[in-house]
Ligand binder design. Structure first.
Ligand SMILES: Nc1ncnc2c1ncn2[C@@H]1O[C@H](COP(=O)(O)OP(=O)(O)OP(=O)(O)O)[C@@H](O)[C@H]1O
Length: 241
């Protein structure tokens, strides 16, 4: 399958410290590709480096164009949506104001967002800072989905959420993935099993495994060796297949 994103020998630094050493992987033009790895191995930094948010070197090609020397705003305009780990909603603004600020396209896809997140429609006048973590996550996802992005980079969307909300976020991502490929950093194995076709495992700043998600998750020894957890011990979110 053709790749929408090709990352080759990517390295990245924060405050002069090397946080991504040498990462190579590609993201197919459809479906969900998950970046996995233990805490602190460089997953978030890899995504930030692709977005040009931290110093980076190496080759990053998006839809045939080199983007590794481009500014973040140019990368965003090429059609990569970024949903950061800390959600970064404007706390003092309402849900509606947060969404309006995110609109970049002449015809933002408001209907898609309203269909995926009816709760946000009901809360359009509520200040984003008073939303629950799950609702803030949905607002953050909505902002990326409003524009006709051609790739979404989504960083740990289920982190710290209650099981029921994890399921809702997973459902929304599953629905979104029908319209746009997603590169997803995720630690929740049942969520990965539900959403991802492909996995990229990072350890100590380099890629140590790539392949299809099901094969990896079916191999408890490999999951334990690569991720330090056991596949069968992670509680499944409600409604997971
Ligand atoms: N602002 C910073 N200053 C210094 N070091 C940093 C900074 N941000 C990240 N790092 C370091 O870079 C390394 C990679 O961090 P990163 O957040 O990319 O890992 P991660 O795999 O996403 O971790 P987690 O799963 O815990 O979110 C870590 O050792 C971390 O301590």
């Amino acid at each position: 399958m053709s790749a929408i994103l090709e990352v080759e020998h990517l390295s990245a630094t924060i405050n002069g410290q090397l946080v991504v050493e040498d990462v190579t992987f590609s993201v197919p033009a459809t479906g969900v590709t998950a970046i996995l790895g233990r805490n602190g191995v460089g997953k978030t930094s890899t995504i930030k480096a692709v977005m040009g948010l931290i110093g980076r070197a190496g080759r990053v090609e998006f839809d045939g164009h080199r983007i590794d020397r481009e500014d973040t705003h140019r990368i965003v305009r090429r059609g990569i949506g970024y949903v950061p780990e800390d959600r970064e909603v404007f706390a003092g603004l309402t849900v509606a104001e947060n969404l309006r600020l995110a609109e970049r396209d002449a015809k933002p896809r408001r209907e898609l967002v309203e269909q995926l997140f009816p709760d946000l429609v009901r809360r359009s006048g509520q200040r984003a800072g008073t939303l629950s973590g799950g609702q803030q996550q949905m607002l953050s996802l909505s902002r990326a989905l409003l524009n006709a992005n051609r790739l979404l980079l989504v960083d740990e969307p289920t982190k710290g959420l209650a099981p029921k909300i994890v399921t809702e976020v997973a459902e929304a991502l599953e629905e979104a993935a029908r319209t746009v490929p997603i590169l997803l950093v995720e630690q929740n194995l049942p969520v990965i099993e539900r959403l991802a076709q492909d996995v990229v495992v990072i350890d100590a700043g380099t890629v140590v495994h790539t392949g299809d998600a099901r094969s990896l998750l079916a191999d408890d020894d490999a999951v334990h060796r690569l991720l330090g957890v056991h596949a069968e011990t992670t509680p499944a979110p409600e409604g997971a297949k």
